[in-house]
Ligand binder design. Structure first.
Ligand code: MN
Length: 341
């Protein structure tokens, strides 16, 4: 599925043939569940979550020096910067489902190169190892994807994933899977080192019930952060659900929370208003950072149009994207977006 059996075998071989791997992973449920599957299998090496800008660039050379790995794995990240690639002397194994992009000297595995399917990296990792089913399932639904091993999970945990539910969006918003995905999303928030503490604790959790029922101190530790962020999230979401949703574009903006919750709020609004274009903006240091959602437009195209002449940047998938503009340019940006809807 996604990758050929030979490719899956090759990844396993690369994983087996190293002693001190360094894993760079995207700081979302798909990324961290990919990392956790590999780390739990290897029981050695280090992980680094890559925040905000999904690129492994020279910011991370310091980590390579610090950990001195004999192999680097890059998981669920769209880009590796040329300079990073040049300066690093050990093999790089890169597994991703964005792009595809030119892998340079990295050994590159991307299902989009074998027929255009965008399968979450966490599902690919499961096909390699077949070990931590629950992590693979959570990471997949986190990317709005129904994996071929979901039924197996449903048999073990029918209370979490009721049998016969095959639409990923329904699963994600109407079952306990919602809480599980959100626990993984929230635990990674904040500084990278803090996020890693939670990721490591998660690596010791044995299954979803231990987590949801707070059965152990490590589960309580993770759920404490979740509960704290969820409180803030719930109150922002309540405001977001109250905004005027009569136009083609639904806008919610907020300021000053400790964490950026835009992605999760945008997903909720997109589920609530499937036919609308959703813009969730977080005002921070004179800029507005946005999460955008639409099921009927090519968002990167519209963002590029709206950005002409303004200071900002943006991009992403057709249906889920991000953008950032100066606070003074925000209303102009929205006006120009509306011209294209
Ligand atoms: Mn992904």
């Amino acid at each position: 599925m996604g990758l050929t059996n030979e490719q899956l075998r090759k990844i396993k071989e690369e994983l087996d043939n190293c002693n001190n791997p360094l894993f760079f992973f995207h700081d979302d449920p798909d990324g961290v569940c990919s990392y956790l599957q590999f780390y739990k299998y290897k029981k050695e090496g280090h992980g680094v979550s890559v925040k905000s800008y999904p690129t492994v660039d020279k910011r991370f050379l310091r980590r390579v020096e610090e950990y001195n790995p004999d192999k680097i794995f890059v998981l669920d990240l769209a880009n590796i910067h040329e300079e990073f690639m040049e300066k690093v002397k050990v093999p790089i194994i890169w597994i991703d489902h964005h792009g595809p992009f030119d892998p340079g000297k990295a050994l590159y595995f991307n299902p989009r190169n074998n027929g255009n399917e965008s399968i979450p990296v966490t599902a690919l990792c499961y096909h390699v190892l077949r070990q931590d089913l629950w992590l693979a399932v959570i990471g997949s639904f986190g990317d709005w994807y129904y994996p071929d091993f979901a039924e197996e999970f449903s048999k073990l945990y029918p209370d979490i994933l009721p049998p016969g539910m095959t639409d990923p969006e329904t699963v994600l918003f109407e079952t306990e899977m919602k809480t599980l995905v959100r626990i993984f999303s929230f635990m990674l928030m904040g500084k990278s080192n803090d996020a890693m503490k939670y990721a490591i604790a998660m690596g010791r959790i044995e299954g979803p019930r231990e987590l949801l029922n707070k059965e152990t101190p490590r589960a309580k530790f993770i759920l404490k952060k979740y509960d704290e962020i969820n409180k803030e999230f719930t109150s922002l979401l309540q405001q977001a659900k109250a905004v005027d949703a009569t136009g083609k574009l639904v806008l919610y903006s907020y300021a000053n929370p400790k964490y950026s919750l835009s992605k999760d709020i945008a997903n909720e609004l997109s589920h609530l208003y499937p036919d609308k274009v959703i813009v969730v903006g977080r005002v921070d240091k004179g800029e507005v950072k946005m999460s955008l959602r639409s099921r009927h437009h090519d968002l990167p195209k519209i963002i590029d149009f709206a950005l002409v002449g303004l200071t900002g940047y943006g991009g992403g998938h057709e249906y889920a994207a991000g953008a950032c503009v100066k606070e003074d340019d925000f209303s102009r940006f929205l006006e120009r977006m509306k011209e294209k809807l």
